[in-house]
Design a protein around this ligand. Structure first.
Ligand code: NAD
Length: 476
């Protein structure tokens, strides 16, 4: 499989090193593809530049129609795309199918913005003057994708960028390039996109860095971890290239004294363990009011313990971690918490009866005797590990929840209108879920603080790919 899709054609790498893609369930190599080189990135960004003017000048509805066709194409190929996704990322079959369907939904939603990009007309300051504020694309957008939702993030970046008149060069994660290349090939075969509008280059961090520093790139949209985001921002500073960064999280869940406990348990367990705990929105720390702690803890431990772990092709509750390195990071976080005084209520480091010998397994783990200062409460843990902390008041829960360098998702469980309103007002997070979980395309997924700069989905996720141009009309 070629790693490069440039100017509407598959192309060979000009000599990049091999990227080996592994199946997280078996640890075996599935495929090895050559990485793009810096020279290849230049070919791709130049192709995007050449295509941009004509693309921008097309009627917006024609751009939207092509994105709608891509949405249909994704829906027609859910099963085959999901199969590849399971194989390279280790998602369970139903979560993989959900991700593919969600990708179609993203494309369909963003296509709706084709005829909805509006500007403003405001009065001038001189006699017989009017001012138009127009929205224009940036030009060439590069998209840098993580491995945890490889296909939905790919679609989440190119759909709004293309609909608003930009052209794109996107890079999947080196861990999970295959589903992206498969979808790109379907688009290549079936959709009449003008050459150069959508380009794909596979490779690792060095290819990503070139997608930031390249002279032809006007805007970088990246999803990944905080440290990579900071490196990208530094790299972009020289040319003042615009960046939009969707980064890691450390989502708190607050369980109030008047919460529906069964519902809270069910939402928190599924949020903490979806995609084996590898989602930026996962609940990563649970603050439980002392009045309900005794009721909550055993139900929560039981629910985590009873999850079925296994080969994602059999669609259990949870599959493996994506790689040995991610498994190791999660295990180290558990070990460190134990060394700092936490006790394991279920799960832990050892997996006594792993579904496969070489898979990257971590058990759903609940930690008690955790205090606010421990690393497991402070730093993102991208695995199914839930530290529980008892709190004596809502104020204390809010104070602990806000005591974080992250600010992406947050969760609250309460039956009281007053609590819900107070928490919504006081939590310093880009998104707060009250008595539920799971976002929607028309909302806005945004990280505050070190969780990001920008945001995706909804009106604001579409408009961010435009910049404002002021035109002064003098007609006296
Ligand atoms: P990562 O930062 O390691 O990699 C993300 C992408 O950046 C990859 O394509 C990688 O090759 C590339 N990259 C690495 N170094 C680079 C550099 N110096 N310059 C440019 N590109 C570079 O992240 P990951 O491990 O793939 O993804 C997991 C992280 O992503 C977690 O922290 C998770 O919370 C976060 N995430 C955030 C969101 C969100 O919407 N906020 C969504 C999904 C994942």
């Amino acid at each position: 499989m070629s790693p490069l899709y440039i100017h509407g054609e598959w192309a060979e790498s000009s000599g990049g090193e091999k990227i080996a893609v592994h199946d997280p369930t078996t640890g075996k190599e599935i495929r090895s593809i050559p990485s793009a080189t810096e020279r290849d990135v230049e070919r791709a960004t130049r192709a995007a530049r050449r295509a941009q003017n004509d693309w921008q000048r097309r009627p917006a509805k024609e751009r939207g129609d092509l994105i709608r066709e891509i949405a249909d194409l994704i829906e027609e190929n859910v099963d085959s795309l999901a199969e590849t996704l399971v194989e390279e990322q280790g998602k369970t079959r139903s979560v993989a199918a959900y991700e593919i369907r969600a990708s179609a939904d993203i494309a369909r939603y963003m296509a709706e913005w084709d005829r909805r990009i509006e500007g403003d007309v405001v009065p001038g300051s001189a006699p017989r003057q009017s001012i138009s504020l127009l929205r224009r694309p940036y030009g060439v957008v590069s998209g840098i994708i993580p491995w945890n939702f490889p296909i939905s993030v790919f679609v989440r970046k190119f759909s709004p960028a293309l609909v608003t008149g930009n052209t794109t060069v996107l890079k999947p994660s080196e861990l999970t390039p295959l589903t992206t290349l498969e979808l790109t090939d379907l688009i290549h075969q079936e959709i009449d996109l003008p050459p150069g509008v959508l380009n794909v280059v596979a490779g690792g961090g060095n290819v990503g860095a070139k997608l930031v520093s390249d002279d032809e790139v006007d805007y970088v949209t990246m999803t990944g971890n905080v440290e990579t985001g900071k490196a990208i921002m530094r790299n972009a500073a020289d040319d003042l290239t615009r960046v939009s960064l969707e980064l890691g999280g450390k989502a708190p869940a607050i369980v109030c004294s008047d919460a529906d406990i069964e519902s809270a348990v069910s939402h928190i367990v599924s949020s903490r363990t979806v995609n084996a705990g590898q989602a930026c929105t996962c609940v990563e720390r649970v603050y439980v009011h002392e009045d309900v702690h005794e009721e909550f803890q055993p139900l929560f431990v039981d629910a985590m313990e009873s999850l079925e772990i296994g080969d994602p092709r059999d669609d259990p509750d949870m599959g493996p971690q994506v790689s040995a390195a991610e498994q190791d990071k999660t295990q180290r976080a558990i070990k460190q918490a134990i060394e700092q005084g936490a006790t394991v209520l279920t799960g832990g480091i050892e997996v006594s009866d792993p579904p496969t010998d070489e898979g990257h397994w971590v058990l759903p783990t609940v930690l008690a005797n955790v205090d606010q200062e421990m690393d497991v409460v402070k730093e993102e843990v991208f695995g199914p590990v839930a530290p529980l902390i008892e709190v004596d008041s809502l104020d204390q829960a809010i104070e602990y929840a806000n005591d974080s360098r992250y600010g992406l998702s947050s969760y609250v469980f309460t039956e009281s209108y007053r609590n819900a309103m107070q928490i919504t007002e006081d939590l310093d997070f880009g998104e707060t879920f009250i008595n539920g979980s799971g976002g929607a395309q028309q909302g806005h997924h945004i990280g505050w603080n070190e969780s990001g700069l920008g945001g995706e989905d909804g009106k604001h996720g579409a408009l961010k790919y435009t910049q404002i141009k002021s035109v002064y009309h003098n007609f006296q």
